[in-house]
Design a protein around this ligand. Structure first.
Ligand code: FES
Ligand SMILES: [Fe+2]
Length: 338
């Protein structure tokens, strides 16, 4: 079975590939779904994305330079514009440039402080979060790092409340209470799932500081929204009126490696951003250690019958069915059991 055939469907979505600030000092490389990209800023400061391979002798453009908004190859100096056309061949200044001198260029834009890229014509827009433009909320940038796990595993993990007592026993879980709470399916579409549960938490010092709650135990209203393919929005409502939202988005580098981007949205002003980050970071360290100990998800694992499951896995399975439908749409899903 081709390990990467599901990429064809996944290429139709937008992914955050780099904080845009990182392009201020020159071009950068990023690999998305096994496709090496070079990213840079054009003359207006807008991001550009093309394949990271010169069409002359295959040199990596990401170690070249940006010249007047174009990327210059480090090998012989050919220059390419953001649409991928070669606009200068310094060895032949007086000859017209053949139209075949070009590289693939990709849709690219800036949002939430990141450069987003889509490798094929997109089937949906970059996710919108109402709170990100609501003046009652502030946006706190989170982390940006590489995890050695499949992007689908990360999504499944956010929908899986049964792991909390075990994986997060040092931050907010309690392994003495392993039975997960019930949840309500609030909304379901072809590309989203929204579930709600009353989620008890052991309130240790990092969480006390981040959430401004002193009690030893708290119950949060936990609204989790998954957005196809790899976006999760975790919306927590506390008894003190605090709403603390974490948005986590995975950009698949390949089938077993993901770049994870997070940011937080809060309706308070007083808690230092560092305290908010410290809590979510500690929780993320626990998830990362566990997720990096799981196997990459093969395309066949999207088929629910290949798995052993328990009651709390229902929502994750719902998400897998949505993926199966997506892959079927592109005629790439193998028969389960093959
Ligand atoms: S390899 Fe790029 S100009 Fe020759
Ligand atoms: Fe977790």
């Amino acid at each position: 079975m081709n390990y990467h055939t599901d990429h064809a469907a996944l290429k139709r979505f937008w992914y955050p590939v780099l904080p845009i600030a990182q392009l201020q000092d020159g071009p950068k490389a990023f690999t998305l779904l096994d496709e090496p990209l070079v990213l840079w800023l054009d003359q207006e400061g807008k991001p550009a994305a093309t394949q990271d391979r010169c069409c002359h002798r295959s040199a990596k453009l990401s170690i070249g330079q940006v010249i007047e908004g174009c990327i210059r190859c480090p090998y012989h100096g050919w220059e390419f514009d953001p649409q991928g056309a070669c606009v200068r061949v310094p060895q032949h200044p007086d000859r017209p440039i053949p139209s075949g001198y070009r590289i693939n260029a990709y849709p690219c834009q800036e949002r939430y402080g990141y450069v987003w890229v889509c490798l094929e014509p997109p089937v949906q827009d970059i996710p919108e979060f109402a709170e990100a433009t609501d003046p009652n909320y502030r946006l706190i940038p989170g982390f940006w790092e590489t995890w050695q796990c499949s992007s689908l595993r990360l999504m499944e993990n956010t929908l899986d409340i049964a792991h909390i007592p075990f994986v997060h026993n040092q931050t907010f879980g309690d392994e003495r209470s392993p039975v997960p709470p019930d949840y309500d399916l609030i909304e379901e579409t072809d590309t989203t799932v929204h579930v709600r549960s009353l989620s008890p938490a052991r309130n240790r010092p990092l969480m006390q500081k981040a959430m401004g709650v002193d009690e030893a135990r708290v119950v949060r209203v936990r609204d989790l929204t998954w957005i196809m393919p790899f976006t999760a929005k975790l919306h927590l409502t506390f008894g003190n009126g605090l709403i603390s939202i974490m948005v986590a988005i995975a950009s698949p580098i390949n089938a077993r490696t993901s770049q994870i981007m997070t940011f937080y949205l809060r309706n308070d002003t007083e808690t230092p951003a560092e305290d908010v980050r410290a809590f979510y970071d500690a929780v993320a360290r626990e998830d990362k250690a566990l997720l990096e100990a799981t196997e990459a998800i093969h395309q066949q694992a999207f088929c629910p019958i290949e798995q052993q499951n328990m009651n709390s896995d229902k929502i994750g399975l719902l998400m897998r069915r949505r993926f199966s439908t997506l892959l079927e749409q592109y005629s790439l899903l193998p028969q389960c059991g093959n």
